[in-house]
Write a protein that binds this ligand. Structure first.
Ligand SMILES: *[C@@H]1O[C@H](CO)[C@@H](O)[C@H](O)[C@H]1NC(C)=O
Ligand SMILES: *[C@@H]1O[C@H](CO)[C@@H](O)[C@H](O)[C@H]1NC(C)=O
Ligand SMILES: *[C@@H]1O[C@H](CO)[C@@H](O)[C@H](O)[C@H]1NC(C)=O
Ligand SMILES: *[C@@H]1O[C@H](CO)[C@@H](O)[C@H](O)[C@H]1NC(C)=O
Length: 434
């Protein structure tokens, strides 16, 4: 695809992860992931498993479809091909083929999701790192590459002491029992191999997956197998941005796909409903969406889904709303790290074309540009609620996705892994004090 393909996958990344901001700095990071600087090797490399965020690992598909949305779409493939990231989504008709391949069909009776008819989907690379380091097969769209490279520089070994736990991020954990079982096996396998408890590291929605996983385990199991949980940029109380994504779509500067087109895909994944702002955590009078006819709060989700003509979303929300919303303490030592000090939308204001047009204005609060600080700081509730320590570090001036790239974050992760568990409460990334 040459440089056009290159550029599109980069722009695509900017749109995805639900976590994007349109800063040029960020795009530069993805195309040219900052090289990890040479480090003094450490003799402490406890086993580490990384759980990526939404859209944060590769997916592959194989198709034999009964019907096509367009005659130009492929009907049948012999081999597994990349579904995420699939560069076809940047071609006008390709995007429709792609949406029809990646979408989920939701059944309101069984309350289960299934793949689009005739589509098989698999997650490549479980237990290895390649599927979270780069999201595309040309290794252009970097995600965890910089962090893994940093770890390798201090003595970690890919696929051995540092491993990835990719998953089908279209599904919330209530429909991903098999993944949770695999994650448990991976933890036990690494523990047995290295005779040391394992660190779990999550980013964004991946942290909710880790919390859900830990909440399912007995305290005895956690005490034996888990050394700690490093949480990066978790929207613990949900993300306001998801309401905008579901209402009018968000392409985040990916101009070849309209917001309304990408909305078709965004409404079909149950994880978006799972990440809605949580009732009972947000003030009950906080307006997330304001239109000329109605102000929507957490009490108005049923009406919201009806008004945006996405009633299935209401069922998806009902299915997933209590998975992690009570923020039950994880029961392991936690390092909760997130960005702040950046304006972040907490109310989307629409005019009368709602929901078929973009917001015309926003109300901002403190956050990391994508998720507000209030939501991410909710891990503070665990202090004193569990036996194990809870450490919180706020990174002033750090954008949501830069959490996985920034050297100050990587250095702190290294300190934690080396056993220096007392971390600062605030780090300013705007000043360069290296
Ligand atoms: C949903 O599942 C039920 C029970 O398996 C089945 O009878 C029904 O046809 C399904 N609905 C759709 C729309 O597929
Ligand atoms: C990790 O596994 C992947 C997939 O099997 C392989 O391509 C890669 O070379 C491995 N990395 C190392 C350092 O062994
Ligand atoms: C929504 O809230 C705003 C700000 O409080 C208020 O000015 C507006 O009248 C409300 N709109 C409706 C439809 O209630
Ligand atoms: C969530 O709700 C479902 C169905 O209402 C229930 O079966 C499940 O136990 C609940 N889970 C939690 C963690 O409360």
């Amino acid at each position: 695809m040459g440089s056009a393909g290159h550029l599109s996958s980069v722009l695509l990344l900017a749109f995805l992860l639900g976590l994007h901001h349109s800063s040029g700095f960020w795009i530069v990071n993805v195309v040219f992931p900052p090289p990890a600087k040479p480090k003094v090797p450490s003799n402490s490399t406890p086993p580490l498993i990384i759980v990526p965020g939404n859209l944060g690992n590769r997916l592959e598909a194989k198709i034999d479809k009964p019907t096509l949305v367009h005659w130009l779409c492929y009907k049948k493939t012999e081999k597994w091909f990349p579904l995420w990231i699939d560069l076809n989504m940047f071609i006008p008709i390709g995007v429709d083929c792609w949406i029809d391949n990646i979408r989920l069909a939701y059944n309101r009776t069984t309350r289960r999701s299934s793949n689009s008819p005739g589509v098989q989907v698999r997650v490549p690379g479980f237990g290895q790192t390649y599927s979270i380091e780069y999201l595309d097969y040309n290794r252009l769209a970097g995600y965890f590459y910089t962090m893994v490279e940093h770890l390798v520089n201090v003595g970690y070994i890919r696929n051995e002491t540092v491993r990835g736990a990719p998953y089908d991020w279209r599904l919330a954990p209530n429909e991903n029992a098999e993944y949770l079982a695999k994650l448990q096996n991976l933890v036990e396998e690494m523990y047995n191999q290295y005779q040391e408890p394992v660190y779990l590291l999550g980013h964004s929605m991946g942290c909710h997956y880790v919390l859900y996983f830990l909440n399912q385990q007995s305290q005895a199991w956690k005490d034996k197998y888990i050394r700690g949980f490093i949480s990066l940029g978790a929207p613990w109380g949900g993300a306001v941005k998801v309401l905008r994504v579901l209402a009018s779509g968000v392409n985040d500067g990916l101009s070849m796909i309209s917001n309304l087109k990408i909305r078709e895909e965004q409404r079909m994944v149950t994880t978006n409903a799972w990440m809605l702002p949580v009732e009972g955590i947000w003030p009950s009078d906080h307006v997330f969406i304001s239109t000329p006819t109605f102000n929507y709060t957490t009490k108005d989700y049923q009406r919201f889904f009806k008004d945006i003509d996405n009633e299935e979303g209401w069922y998806m929300w009902e299915d997933t709303k209590n998975l992690t919303s009570d923020l039950h303490p994880p029961g392991v030592e936690v390092w909760c790290m997130y960005g702040m000090g950046l304006p972040t939308a907490v109310t989307n204001i629409y005019d009368e074309v709602f929901p078929n047009g973009d917001p015309v204005d926003f109300v901002y609060a403190d956050g990391d540009g994508t998720v507000d600080r209030f939501s991410m700081s909710l891990c503070k509730r665990w202090v004193g609620k569990q036996e194990k320590p809870v450490h919180i570090t706020e990174f002033r001036g750090l954008f949501h996705l830069d959490m996985v790239f920034h050297e100050k974050v990587l250095d702190q992760i290294q300190d934690i892994l080396e056993g220096k568990s007392d971390t600062p409460t605030e780090v300013d990334v705007r000043t360069d004090t290296e």
